[in-house]
Ligand binder design. Structure first.
Ligand code: NDP
Ligand code: 2IT
Length: 449
């Protein structure tokens, strides 16, 4: 990573002063600033107009109480937020996360990253993120419904198809989007594209459920191609067992790769022969229908193992972290490299710590950072918005082709801005600069606003 020395320290000091204690947000900004500060060094218009300073301050943050009742009639209280980060190139767009670890720092890092990611897709979407410190685990469907309705009752005041268009993220899938869309429609009497990731029956797009995981594998494939390699015949270690992880696993298998692991917050399963498509379907049912734990896989399938902890010490050729932020630290990144991993494609947002990224890049392995590698999901959300606005539905083949092309274009943009003199592609630098340029130029056009 290209560090900008004192400039970076001074810049980060300002960010930390304005947002004390927001460590995840600081991390995401530092990753970007370390590559953008050197890039704008000889571009005075960005510096005098304080573009990076403005891009690291959200347009607005909305925080609200969410009051709901559990099945026993107890009144429960959570905190909800929506961070409307930057709408320079389109309405705010980004997911909603329900997880006990949700804080303003987490949502600000996600909204900040989303701004660059959405710009990389080349579709007209700004950046935003929302969520609540609500734990969906162990809650009944009725409790989830009441929580979603209470959350949307407040959120509905701030969103709209031309204002801010939320979608899913950790803990928010098709079921939750359905409940939230139903409540939005009930409150506003409007049927429109205010959310993406909707069910097919009420305006959802084909390919949206698959898009993030498939997209991360397309990024991996394009990266491997720069070294004349294919996924076919190679072993993958994947974390998570939710939307992104299971679809990444599916596409790896389609491409002839072997998926050795999947995980959840309890630990990981190891299947030495590779998880088959049939077994993957069993996992999807376990997670979506029975809401079970990944450890049950080892009980169900003989010869497979469950281990506590994270899967990064399992030897592999390719790693796809698809669970959560900071799930690969420096030691784990080093273990991956030492055990022969040649490529990392990030399905989750910011899954590798800064020290971990430094390990990948020092070893010159292929590293596809989250804002590029997982952009296929929000890109397909953008396609859902277009279909909703035009009151039409596109066919699966059209959407699959659009997704594949968008991911190739993102890979090409990273290569254009990230290729170094020795031929190594710094995809992080490339993604940051390519994402920055469009948003920055729009901001320049608007003047001092
Ligand atoms: P899901 O809720 O469907 O799945 C999340 C998975 O990650 C579960 O297996 C969960 O395990 C695991 N997980 C979550 N938090 C932790 C934690 N703190 N420690 C260990 N494991 C954890 O979410 P998604 O698949 O949608 O999201 C996964 C990642 O991908 C997130 O980083 C998200 O921001 C990112 N992403 C998602 C997109 C989408 O379209 N959905 C688009 C782009 C990025 P458990 O069930 O035990 O909690
Ligand atoms: O992190 C992400 O890009 C998402 N959770 C998807 C956002 C979206 O609007 O589809």
């Amino acid at each position: 990573m290209a560090f900008a020395g004192n400039d970076l320290n001074d810049f980060m000091e300002g960010v930390k002063k304005r947002s004390p204690g927001e460590t995840e947000f600081h991390q995401a900004v530092q990753e970007v600033a370390a590559t953008i500060l050197p890039y704008i060094e000889d571009k005075p218009e960005y510096k005098t107009n304080m573009i990076l300073e403005r891009m690291t301050e959200p347009d607005r943050v909305i925080s609200f109480r969410v009051t709901w009742q559990d099945d026993d009639g107890n009144v429960r209280v959570n905190r909800g937020h929506r961070v409307q980060f930057n709408n320079s190139i389109g309405p705010y767009k980004g997911g909603i996360r329900f997880h006990p670890s949700v804080t303003l720092s987490v949502l600000k890092f996600l909204g900040f990253e989303q701004t660059f990611k959405n710009s990389l897709t080349q579709l007209p979407m700004g950046g935003g993120k929302g969520g609540a410190d609500f734990n969906p685990k162990g809650k009944s469907d009725a409790e989830i419904m009441r929580f979603c309705q209470a959350f949307m009752t407040e959120l509905s005041k701030y969103i709209g198809p031309d204002i801010d268009v939320p979608a899913g993220d950790i803990g928010v899938g098709g079921r939750e989007i359905g409940f939230m869309f139903g409540q939005y429609k009930r409150m506003t009497n409007r049927f429109n594209g205010v959310l993406t990731g909707k069910g097919r029956e009420f305006g959802g797009s084909l390919m949206r459920p698959e898009a993030t995981g498939y997209g991360a594998v397309y990024m991996l494939e394009d990266m491997l191609h720069t070294r004349g390699l294919e996924i076919d015949g190679h072993k993958a270690v994947i974390s998570g067992s939710g939307n992104v992880a299971t679809h990444a696993a599916e596409k790896i298998i389609h491409r002839g790769g072997t998926v050795l692991t999947l995980s959840d917050s309890g630990g990981f399963i190891y299947d030495k022969d590779g998880i088959t498509l049939e077994r993957l379907q069993w996992i999807k049912d376990l997670k979506e229908k029975r809401r079970g734990r990944i450890s049950e896989y080892a009980d169900e399938f003989k010869g497979t193992e469950f281990h506590e902890g994270r899967p990064w010490n399992v030897a592999c050729d390719m790693a796809l972290p698809c669970a959560t932020q900071n799930e690969i630290n420096a030691d784990e990144a080093e273990a991956l490299v030492k055990n022969g991993c040649i490529a990392v494609s990030e399905g989750a947002n910011m899954p590798t710590t800064i020290d971990g990224i430094n390990k990948y890049q020092a070893a010159k392995i292929l590293y596809g950072p989250s804002k590029a590698a997982n952009a296929g999901g929000v890109a397909t959300s953008g396609l859902e918005m277009s279909q909703n606005a035009a009151h039409i539905s596109w066919k699966e083949e059209e959407l699959s082709k659009l997704l594949r092309d968008i991911m190739s274009n993102i890979h090409a943009a990273c290569e254009e801005y990230g290729k170094e003199s020795d031929g190594y592609i710094d995809y992080m630098k490339g993604a940051n600069i390519a994402g920055f340029r469009k948003v920055a130029d729009a901001m320049l056009a608007f003047g001092a606003v």
